[in-house]
Design a protein around this ligand. Structure first.
Ligand code: ADP
Ligand code: MG
Length: 347
């Protein structure tokens, strides 16, 4: 970028730190130097947000800065890890100081909330795009992977479902959503998601597998089922909905079936989807209920992991589960058919 690059880095991104937070060397050299405590492993993730694909060109920059970090921290949470550091590669069409200061306000509001330190990045000129890479630490061997689910494990989510998907629908198809009221609640759910980092810290001792729901419950569950070589059953009556979503159903603005559909394939909820072995569930629920004051510690059991029927097992050691059969939906024990397709950038 032109002359302004270093001024921008200095003015907006290189903030004085309140504490070391394991950073031996931060912004200003060719690399940052980070200290990993003994007995821990580093977890690393990257997510890009591209204008016109992941966000609308005119999106509020505060919300964009917030969300660019939130989706990365959600991945750290999904590993049962503690978020520590983040790097930010930003491509800007021009230097708009108002835009940049709002972007940073959103980004650092979330970073400060979870004590996450910006330790480097890159600043270039071009079509607006943002790539964040978050780094976290987890006790050696304790990371929650996608391959740990076993038949009999209970399937849980960390919060209500469907609001993010409805928020996107409200923004994309405003005319066909004209009956929906309290639209802002759903748009907020889409744009100001809360990474479940507090729950993640507790999950490491209880959960057998975990993923965050970015593309839709079904599609993300399939990733767990593939890695763990299992099937699953979801009880629709147990899917948790927000008060705002329940109101839409009660007032007939959307049907119960549509609400389930948003929950199952809407995406953008950024809740954790995890499995807990049945014998660990009482202790886990005890922990959650004794900390009810903390609204970031919630858990809804929505179904269970099942074995792949012997008749459909294939000979290879590991195979892709049949996405049509891998998830069974029931409503009050009766089988129900829902569309399981989630978000796919190339479809
Ligand atoms: P280099 O050319 O060696 O890659 P740069 O000149 O691109 O380094 O960046 C200078 C310093 O500023 C580096 O420490 C880099 O990590 C940091 N930096 C650049 N852009 C950002 C940004 N958007 N956010 C945080 N740090 C940044
Ligand atoms: Mg560079």
């Amino acid at each position: 970028m032109s002359q302004g690059e270093f001024d921008i880095i200095h003015k907006y991104f290189d903030r004085p730190a309140e504490s070391e937070q394991g950073v031996t060397l931060g912004i200003g050299d060719d690399c940052a130097i980070l200290d990993i405590p003994d007995g821990y492993q580093l977890v690393v993730t990257t997510d890009s947000l591209v204008s016109g694909v992941h966000f609308f060109e005119d999106v509020d920059p505060y919300r964009l800065g917030y969300k660019a970090l939130a989706v990365n921290l959600s991945d750290i949470a999904a590993m049962g890890a503690e978020a520590k550091w983040v790097s930010l590669a930003i491509t800007l069409p021009s230097i708009d100081e108002h835009w940049l200061s709002q972007f940073c306000r959103g980004f650092f509001a979330l970073a400060d909330k979870y004590n996450v330190r910006l330790i480097g990045g890159d600043t270039t000129k071009g079509p607006l795009s943002i790539t964040v890479s978050a780094k976290g630490i987890v006790k050696r061997g304790q990371a929650l992977r996608r391959d740990g689910a076993r038949p009999g494990d209970l399937l849980c989510v960390s919060g209500v479902l469907g609001d993010g998907g409805l928020g996107l629908a409200v923004k994309l198809f405003s005319e066909s959503c004209d009956k929906i009221n309290n639209k802002q609640v759903f748009i907020d759910a889409l744009e100001l998601t809360e990474p479940r980092l507090i729950l993640a810290q507790q999950l490491a001792s209880y959960a057998s597998s975990c993923i965050d729901i970015s593309d839709g419950l079904s599609q993300d569950l399939i990733h767990i089922l593939n890695k763990s070589q299992c099937h699953a059953q979801i009880e629709l009556e147990k899917l948790p909905f927000s008060a705002a979503m329940k109101q839409q159903i009660q007032q007939g603005h959307i049907s119960q079936l549509q609400a389930w559909q948003f929950a199952v394939s809407g995406g953008d909820d950024y809740e954790l989807l995890f499995t807990v072995p049945a014998e660990k569930m009482p202790a886990f629920q005890q922990l959650i209920s004794t900390q009810l004051a903390n609204s970031e510690l919630v858990c809804y059991q929505i179904g269970k992991i099942t074995a792949i029927p012997a008749s459909t097992q294939k000979e290879s050691i590991e195979f892709s589960v049949d996405s049509k059969q891998a998830i069974t939906f029931t409503h009050l024990q009766q089988p129900m058919d829902l569309d399981k397709a989630g978000w796919d950038h190339f479809k």
